[in-house]
Write a protein that binds this ligand. Structure first.
Ligand SMILES: [Zn+2]
Length: 614
């Protein structure tokens, strides 16, 4: 070997060492970069795209024979107030029903044999007059009847009491400020749910030991839902006075105890929204952030809040839907300035997208889409837009801004600022913005609120309301979440990063507490509904659309249930309560036992047959 060769070998050697070090650095940087944008985290999540437009026409249609009679009484204040809720509950469950108003008889009570179930949505059985005993006979012959509200103690109730399991009753009402469903009855069962502003509202009763009790108050002293077989039929009593949107799941669950089986469509989806994210760093009172973290607001979001939110997402398998705000300037004129500081939008937005999340529109600024003729019912500190064009320009600018940063991303979700949206603004979104497929506002009423049901609107926009929000998660929110999990099999929560700047949204409690509540809620959901689909806001729209389209006709035989579905495009979901027998072999779909007699059916075909094992 010559000296020259040796030299060149040493050179080569050095060159390779340098190359390796360089490659090592490159790999390290790449890893840092990947970690920073989050590409490392990719979960296989269901993507539920919307189906074609003509199929949207069927919205919650009940099909098949009308076998349910809903009895109300316009002369009874409670019945009058609760009637709409009961109608909506039956509509959402696709139960085809006739309505009988005891104040204005329509003659349905003369043809009871037509029906398999009765929902008695008033409080006084004496309003039935002579037909009360016909109804008891009808149950004896195989009918199933739900007394859906706490009953008044009357002589007539004393007469039929033993048939419905009531051995003794009192004139005073019992306090109901907690609800404890048995473990096997509902999702999230076996634990206590507090009722905000509960009052003495339940009939005080002593029940016969022939009753099956499904729910009581926390101490077990007040029975809330029970069932009593009577000859060939069944009575169910729902001794629960809070017939409001937040408690629908209780009534739906009570109804499902009627008959041999109950089948109803559900959404099967869970999602979490981040309002005002990405956005400029929110302005506000940073007192509590300074108190707990000794940091500026911007540093708190980048080094505490966002990493914590990502950790929660990872632990609970969540893909957030972030809602963009371009600027916090309150300009509502026709001439708007574009926000030129886009670095934070790139950083946070891409990290969210790369972790399987999605982005939607919240606003050019945080001013609701309300034109010059709109008058706010309450002073929220908002202005109106100078003109329709100004409102339109603002949406155009937000669209331009968002698409210039996140090229190729889909913006299907619109969330109204503070859940406020005028009719004019709503019309504009449905007619002028093809990208927007769904609006995620709120499930509950409020001043100026754009209140929604889970449904498809006439203009094809899917209404995907948010049920709960924030990090306080009080008793009312917890009950609402529990109720909707059991009614629509859905979870929908949103949080604002600037909660930490607002005392009304829990700023004084501090982020550690709010995060703890949030984490505790997510754990509750994971445990109560391990099978629910975890989706983005876009896929929530697909899930709600399929739910809205679905209707079911049921034929019960001795050893099988035959289900004839309308509106199945690819797959859809139903809850099934089996009050007699267990689910065996299934064709046309697949079934999973959730708790007790409650099952989740995945429907693959228009026709599903379930064998019932006795
Ligand atoms: Zn907002």
């Amino acid at each position: 070997m010559s000296i020259f060769e040796k030299k060149s070998k040493t050179k080569d050697h050095r060159f390779y060492i340098t190359l390796r070090v360089f490659a090592g650095f490159c790999a390290f940087f790449l890893l840092l970069l990947l970690e920073r944008v989050g590409i490392i985290y990719k979960y296989p999540h269901p993507v539920i795209n919307l189906v074609s437009a003509d199929e949207k026409s069927a919205n919650k249609k009940a099909v098949g024979d009308t076998t349910c009679l809903l009895i109300v009484d316009s002369n009874n204040e409670t019945s009058l107030a609760d009637r709409n809720e009961f109608e909506q509950i039956l509509k959402d469950m696709r139960i085809a029903y006739d309505l009988e108003d005891l104040a204005d008889k329509k003659g349905h009570l003369e043809e009871l044999n037509k029906y398999k179930t009765i929902v008695y949505a008033t409080t006084d059985v004496s309003a039935m007059g002579n037909t009360l005993l016909d109804m008891v006979e009808w149950v004896a012959d195989g009918g199933s009847m739900l007394f859906a509200l706490p009953l008044q103690k009357t002589n007539e109730l004393n007469v039929i009491g033993p048939n419905v399991g009531i051995e003794e009753s009192g004139y005073e009402y019992s306090m109901v400020d907690t609800f404890l469903p048995t473990e096997d009855f509902m999702l999230g069962g076996g634990q206590v749910y507090k009722i905000q502003d509960g009052y003495e509202s339940a009939l005080t009763v002593g029940l016969s030991d022939k009753c099956n009790v499904y729910a009581t108050t926390a101490d077990g002293s007040v029975p809330i839902i029970w069932e009593k077989d009577y000859k060939n039929g069944r009575f169910v009593v729902c001794n629960f006075a809070y017939c409001q949107k937040a408690y629908r799941g209780v009534y739906a669950a009570a109804y499902s105890l009627l008959g041999d089986s109950c089948v109803y469509p559900v959404i099967n989806a869970s999602t979490y929204y981040l309002d005002d994210f990405p956005s400029p760093v929110p302005q506000g009172d940073g007192t509590y952030i300074e108190r707990d973290y000794h940091m500026q607001t911007a540093d708190f979001y980048s080094s505490v809040w966002w990493p914590d939110m990502l950790t929660l997402a990872e632990e609970h398998d969540i893909q957030y839907t972030g809602l963009i705000i371009e600027t916090y300037e309150g300009n509502t004129s026709e001439k708007l300035n574009s926000n030129l500081s886009t670095a934070d939008f790139y950083y946070y937005g891409n990290m969210l997208l790369n972790r399987g999340g999605t982005l939607g529109y919240h606003g050019y600024n945080h001013q609701p889409l309300c034109g010059p003729n709109y008058t706010y019912e309450e002073d929220h500190g908002y202005k109106v837009w100078e003109s329709f064009d100004a409102m339109h320009n603002a949406m155009d600018e937000l669209e331009r801004f968002s698409k210039s940063i996140f090229t190729g991303a889909e913006f299907a979700v619109y969330v109204p600022p503070s859940n406020i949206l005028s009719d004019e603004g709503r019309y504009m979104l449905g007619h002028d913005y093809d990208d927007i497929k769904c609006i995620a506002s709120t499930y509950f009423e409020g001043n100026d609120a754009y209140t929604q049901e889970f449904e498809v609107a006439e203009d094809g926009i899917v209404e995907t309301p948010r049920i709960i929000s924030g990090g306080i998660l009080d008793d009312y929110m917890r009950f609402s979440a529990f109720s909707e999990l059991n009614f629509h099999f859905v979870n929908s929560h949103f949080i604002h990063p600037d909660d930490l700047l607002d005392a009304d949204r829990g700023a004084a409690l501090g982020w550690e507490t709010l995060k703890g509540n949030l984490s505790n809620y997510m754990e509750w959901l994971d445990k109560s509904a391990p099978d629910i689909r975890h989706v983005t806001g876009n896929s929530m729209a697909g899930a709600v659309q399929r739910y809205s389209m679905l209707s079911c006709d049921k034929e019960e035989k001795e050893n099988e249930i035959i289900l004839d579905f309308k509106g199945v495009s690819d797959e859809a979901y139903c809850f099934i309560r089996l009050n007699r027998g267990k689910a065996g072999e299934v064709t046309g779909g697949s079934i999973k036992n959730l708790v007790g007699d409650l099952y989740l059916l995945k429907i693959d075909d228009d026709k599903v047959t379930i064998v019932i094992d006795h």
